[in-house]
Design a protein around this ligand. Structure first.
Ligand SMILES: NC(=O)c1ccc[n+]([C@@H]2O[C@H](COP(=O)([O-])OP(=O)(O)OC[C@H]3O[C@@H](n4cnc5c(N)ncnc54)[C@H](O)[C@@H]3O)[C@@H](O)[C@H]2O)c1
Length: 325
């Protein structure tokens, strides 16, 4: 079984690769477990810290069709399409976002179609596909009304994946990810970067700026649960998905003030006091357009599992990622 991960050097791509290496196998179309022989990490930068013969790294741009021809072959049974220009950057650079989030996604699907082996393609979408006047409860089938270029690009790619699946070119699964927190490492150009920064920086002894109001509600999932969800989403039998390949993943709905209160409970008052508040209208406009919760009952019925509470998410970050002192 050969696996391709686009964006394989990114935050989720690297974690997914490590989990797949550890797990060692994935089910094939008939549900039989197959040993993973190769994982191809495709990214514009190289991943570091992999010392495993099953990992092959390909450095290049997924909007280059020659690169896609090289990395996606009739042996690529599982394709996790994670490469993306994140929300803040896609908003700042319209052309780049369109080229990578949309055009390259279509090229990738066309490459799968040309291979004619109907690979399973897992695509990571986002809360950003929703926006505008939202119903009290956002469902999997709530009308898409993105209020950012990133959300628009994700929404179009979702529809393409559904149609390529309906036509039998790929066996696609679109997982709409909540905002992932707590993300380790440095801040990135996602509008939601602060949702990790206001936990991570204080836990690492640094101040952090929160650019949105304390009552801003976020829909969150931990790194542990999102990786488990990607693998679970891959393993689902196609028949269980019915007429829609798109699934809102479970999350927890918390306000930013509740996040900081959780930080105080887990790590103490001096740590939580490192969060400073400074409104940023650009970030606030994007974040406030996203739903702060959605109905994940379909995902739950399909066996996806979210986090129990935000305190546990902070504890998981401390266990998994906080550098030892
Ligand atoms: N982390 C989150 O909170 C979150 C939430 C919702 C959706 N998502 C989606 O999940 C996926 C992974 O997110 P992440 O947090 O790991 O992001 P990330 O930015 O860490 O990883 C994305 C990777 O894509 C690579 N990439 C960018 N352009 C490329 C190109 N032209 N060719 C090849 N590789 C390219 C980047 O170098 C990067 O390593 C993305 O599709 C993202 O939109 C993430």
């Amino acid at each position: 079984m050969q696996v391709v991960i686009t964006g394989g050097a990114g935050f989720l791509g690297q974690r997914l690769a490590r989990s797949l290496l550890k797990q060692g196998s994935l089910p094939d179309r008939s549900g039989q477990l197959q040993t993973i022989s190769k994982i191809v990490l495709v990214d514009v930068v190289a991943a570091t810290g992999f010392d495993d013969a099953r990992i092959e790294q390909v450095t290049g741009d997924i909007s280059d069709s020659a690169l896609l021809e090289r990395v996606i072959t009739p042996q690529s049974a599982a394709i996790f399409h994670l490469a993306a220009i994140v929300s803040g950057q896609a908003e700042a650079d319209f052309d780049l976002g369109m080229r990578i989030n949309l055009d390259a996604s279509r090229l990738l699907l066309e490459r799968c179609r040309a291979c004619a082996h109907v690979p399973r393609v897992i695509f990571t979408s986002s809360v950003a596909v929703f926006g505008g006047v939202l119903p009290a409860v956002v469902q999997d089938h709530t009308a898409l009304n993105p209020q950012s270029s990133y959300g628009t690009q994700k929404a179009i790619a979702e529809l393409l994946l559904n149609d390529f699946s309906r036509k039998g070119f790929v066996d696609g699964r679109v997982l709409r990810l909540p905002t992932i927190s707590v993300r380790p490492g440095k801040p990135n150009q996602a509008a939601s970067s602060f949702a990790s920064g206001i936990m991570r920086e204080p836990l690492n002894g640094q101040p952090a700026i929160c650019p949105v109001a304390p009552d801003t509600r976020l829909w969150l999932l931990s790194p542990r649960k999102v990786i488990a969800s990607l693998i679970h989403g891959y393993a689902l039998a196609a028949e269980t998905l019915g007429k829609s390949r798109t699934i809102n993943l479970p999350g927890i709905s918390v306000t930013v003030a509740e996040m900081v209160a959780a930080l105080e409970r887990v790590a103490g008052k001096p740590v939580a006091a490192r969060v400073e508040w400074a409104h940023d209208p650009v970030i606030d406009r994007i974040i406030s357009s996203w739903p702060g919760a959605w109905d994940a009952s379909r995902a739950t019925a399909l066996g996806f599992v979210g986090d129990a509470n935000f305190d546990d998410i902070i504890r998981a970050y401390i266990e998994d990622d906080l550098p030892a002192v």
